[in-house]
Design a protein around this ligand. Structure first.
Ligand SMILES: Nc1nc2c(ncn2[C@@H]2O[C@H](COP(=O)(O)OP(=O)(O)OP(=O)(O)O)[C@@H](O)[C@H]2O)c(=O)[nH]1
Ligand SMILES: [Mg+2]
Length: 302
């Protein structure tokens, strides 16, 4: 039997459903998901097996017009993921159709593909009537030379098996790149930090989720089989610290409880999670913070 393996970059506008699709393909929550844009900040790999093929999915930050250093580093990471992949899957939101953002991505794609297959995945088909899909498919295929078009719902699972099957047979012949039972290669410290950031993003409003970052500072294995995890939430202003803490500390308490519960499920053991909020006005310009996020600091330069 010949084995196949390779990298599949999931790209698209923020909120297109890339992380949801990665998690569904892998069968576990490897990448955080929220209803807000710009949730994913760095490339996150998830591994799935299909027959003799090993599919290494690369979730990427959404592609948008960056304003800040962090935005630029995120967008660079996303394009970098596309540039390194064997196959690119572009996710489009069915109900939003061809936005200006989608047009810009199609232009950018032309420069990075170099003959590699690009599949179109029209996502969130559960949100539209089927007649919309036909014209959208046609328009998109006129705008770009896609190898194949799939209509999916990453959330409900529609069409995902077809996409997986096509990817499995389209990947190049290659030995597997990861052990057969491995599903992710993100360090646990980072997965843990991401879980806390997801809960913060879900609870906090407006700009605040975009002005904070979470890092796991210490991870201690305890004799009773549990883990003690200490995390720092960096915010840019004293006022933000107050909001993250909440009245009598109720916000931070709810966030850390939710994150701890999810971590315990993921790890299959007890966790003691301690989150501390620290004001660091300039964290968005600190190299160390980017390295912790898995981003290249230099990519943020103008
Ligand atoms: N109705 C519907 N919602 C979906 C579907 N797929 C994803 N979503 C929702 O869309 C929102 C964004 O999903 P994500 O997976 O975080 O999107 P993303 O592309 O990773 O977003 P960024 O990380 O911000 O770039 C979440 O609320 C998901 O639950 C789908 O097939 N149908
Ligand atoms: Mg995401």
């Amino acid at each position: 039997m010949t084995t196949r393996a390779g990298f599949i970059a999931l790209i698209g506008e923020p909120n297109a459903g890339k992380s949801t699709l990665l998690n569904r393909m892998v069968g576990a929550k490897v990448s955080i998901v929220t209803h807000k844009v710009q949730t994913t900040r760095a490339r996150i790999r998830g591994v799935a097996m299909e027959g003799e093929s090993q599919l290494v999915f690369v979730d990427t930050p959404g592609l948008f017009q960056p304003r800040r250093r962090l935005d630029r580093a995120m967008v660079a990471a996303a394009w970098g993921g596309a540039a390194d992949a064997d196959i690119i899957v572009l996710l489009i939101e069915a109900h939003r159709g061809i936005t200006d953002g989608v047009r810009r991505i199609l232009e950018g794609l032309g420069e990075v593909v170099h003959g590699r297959p690009v599949a179109l995945a029209i996502n969130k088909i559960d949100r539209v009537k089927s007649d919309v899909l036909l014209s959208l498919t046609q328009e998109l295929n006129e705008a770009f030379d896609f190898a194949k078009t799939f209509m999916i719902s990453a959330e409900k699972g529609y069409g995902v098996d077809d996409l997986r099957g096509w990817l499995a047979e389209t990947l190049p012949e290659s030995p597997w790149l990861y052990p057969e039972d491995q599903i992710a290669d993100l360090p646990m410290r980072m997965i843990a930090a991401e879980m806390t950031r997801e809960k913060l993003t879900l609870r906090l409003h407006q700009e605040l989720p975009y002005q904070l970052t979470v890092e796991t500072e210490a991870w201690e294995e305890r004799k009773d089989g549990s883990a003690r995890i200490d995390q720092i939430i960096y915010v840019t202003r004293q006022g933000h610290k107050g909001i993250v803490l909440g009245n009598k500390g109720e916000t931070i308490k709810a966030v850390s409880t939710a994150a701890r519960e999810e971590l315990e499920t993921f790890l299959g053991r007890r966790v003691h999670l301690f989150c501390q909020v620290r004001v660091r006005e300039k964290w968005l310009d600190e190299r160390e913070r980017y390295e912790q996020m898995g981003l290249d600091f230099r990519d943020g330069n103008d």
